[in-house]
Design a protein around this ligand. Structure first.
Ligand SMILES: [Zn+2]
Length: 136
């Protein structure tokens, strides 16, 4: 965890609004640290500019409150929705592709939600995909 803090992955305006205590299990914390070490830190390093975590870990109640998929990787601490502080979302998404093609990132899922303005990244060591990019 060079560029990120655990608190960035657990804070949530929705959780606050509904009084949900969004506390990750030990296992989820471990998964988050793997996601950061193997994907987010290297990406941030190469990007050279701040990356903001929109949503990271979601306990079951929070996942429901935000309408997340039942089997969402966010529930396991294996996913994060991120955006660059400088607003260059498509460029950051392109960099994820470049680093993936260079073999620098293992990924399970990745997609760009241009409307909501974030990139979803999931990292599950037991389920890497040869082409993780989902187009919707
Ligand atoms: Zn997501």
């Amino acid at each position: 965890m060079k560029y990120f803090r655990l608190s960035e992955f657990t804070r949530s305006a929705t959780a606050q609004h509904f009084g949900i205590e969004n506390i990750p299990s030990e296992e989820a914390v471990k998964n988050l640290s793997h996601l950061v070490r193997n994907v987010l830190d290297p990406l941030r390093e190469r990007w050279g500019s701040a990356i903001i975590v929109n949503s990271g870990f979601r306990c079951e109640a929070l996942n429901k409150a935000v309408g997340g998929a039942k089997a969402s990787y966010h529930r396991l601490g294996m996913a994060a929705d991120i955006r660059p502080r400088n607003g260059r979302l498509a460029e950051l998404y392109e960099l994820v592709h470049v680093m993936f093609r260079e073999g620098k990132l293992g990924l399970t899922e990745c997609y760009l939600d241009g409307k909501k303005g974030y990139i979803h990244i999931a990292y599950d060591v037991t389920g890497f995909n040869t082409w993780p990019f989902i187009h919707n």
